[in-house]
Design a protein around this ligand. Structure first.
Ligand code: A3P
Length: 327
């Protein structure tokens, strides 16, 4: 890989895109992205060209099953954690903590993204090896989800995180993906873009509100979780998640300490220190270590200036006012 090009840039060769995507791109609003890529606005949200191809392909070809389960987040909301937890809950009768797939696979391999993994190559993937209920993930906003997911009332678990922590986490993550020779991104510049909604899958406020409103309207179909609440009350949130996914913990499991066992298996410290996550890479060349940084609430206070904090507060007040959603 060219050392001047980031991991993202390497995968963003626009020449390699399919014709549909190539034809669409010139008609879309365009901005410089965070890494050395362009972002395009499609259906109100920002994507790299390559992930847009994945979005278009899965919108056209993904056919949901009624019992499919979806993990949905904005990037850096805690997707890795939620994937690990949901996979473990749903498959808990198949594995013990000795032969568990999380010991040898990164959570992103176990619960693939529709648009970033399965459909990114402009091909219809063979999903026959997925056992039921199939577990998928996505960073798509609600209105851009493939139609069959909505038509079949599939269950969606949405995890949101305080946008200030999401921003800082995204800034660190993107720095890790950039070519070392390019140095770190300017926090000021990325802050300005983030506030305008220009970041992968942004505007984050609209993304969050889309699922928040759906969860209020259809709580049986959309479970809305917060990273901060999962950190504060992990066992309460885990029980809620298991119940929503259709496999609540039995009395016997509770007595055996299953909740604590799952939380331990999927904990930040445990996952971060597994060999597969210390040394492995995704198919796209992202080092697994990049998904595990601090895993804490409130790290934004260590990065944002008082002016940035004020601006963030104002935007969050404006955007979430009247929605009932607070951070
Ligand atoms: P920080 O950068 O604040 O540390 P995503 O999985 O959506 O990419 O989000 C990554 C964020 O979730 C990172 O946040 C990462 O450290 C944190 N994270 C990863 N695994 C976690 C876990 N098991 N428990 C809590 N947080 C976790």
């Amino acid at each position: 890989m060219n050392s001047q090009v980031s991991v993202l840039g390497y995968w963003e060769d626009e020449e390699a895109l399919n014709q549909e995507c190539k034809t669409l791109l010139p008609s879309l609003p365009k901005e410089n992205g965070w890494a050395d890529t362009q972002l395009y606005q499609y259906q109100g949200f920002w994507y790299t060209a390559r992930s847009l191809q994945g979005v278009l392909t899965c919108q056209k070809h993904f056919q949901a099953n009624p019992d499919d389960l979806f993990i949905i987040t904005t990037p850096k909301a805690g997707t890795t954690w939620l994937k690990a937890l949901a996979f473990t809950i749903v498959n808990r009768n198949q594995y013990s903590s000795f032969n568990h797939p999380l010991l040898t696979s990164n959570p992103h391999e176990l619960v693939p993204y529709l648009e970033f993994n399965l459909f990114i190559n402009n091909q219809i993937p063979d999903l026959t090896s997925f056992s039921s209920p199939r577990l998928f993930s996505s960073h798509l906003c609600y209105k851009s989800l493939p139609n069959s997911i909505k038509q079949l009332d599939c269950k969606l678990v949405y995890l949101c995180r305080d946008p200030r922590d999401t921003f800082i986490s995204l800034w660190h993550f993107t720095n890790k993906l950039r070519a070392k020779t390019l140095g770190n991104l300017s926090l000021d510049e990325e802050f300005e873009k983030f506030c305008r909604g220009v970041c992968v899958n942004g505007p984050i406020w609209d993304h969050i509100l889309g699922y928040w409103n759906e969860s209020l309207e259809s709580p049986d179909r959309v479970l809305f979780l917060k990273y901060e609440e999962m950190k504060m009350q992990p066992s309460v949130q885990l029980r809620k998640l298991a119940k929503f996914l259709g496999c609540p913990f039995s009395e016997e499991e509770e007595k055996e300490g299953m909740v604590e066992e799952i939380l331990k298996l999927c904990s930040f410290d445990h996952l971060k220190n597994l060999n597969v996550n210390k040394n492995g890479k995704t198919k796209f060349g992202v080092e697994h270590t990049a998904y595990f940084r601090r895993g804490e609430v409130g790290d934004w206070v260590n990065h944002l200036t008082p002016e940035m904090m004020k601006q963030f507060e104002q935007i969050m007040e404006d955007k979430f006012h009247g929605s009932g959603l607070t951070f």
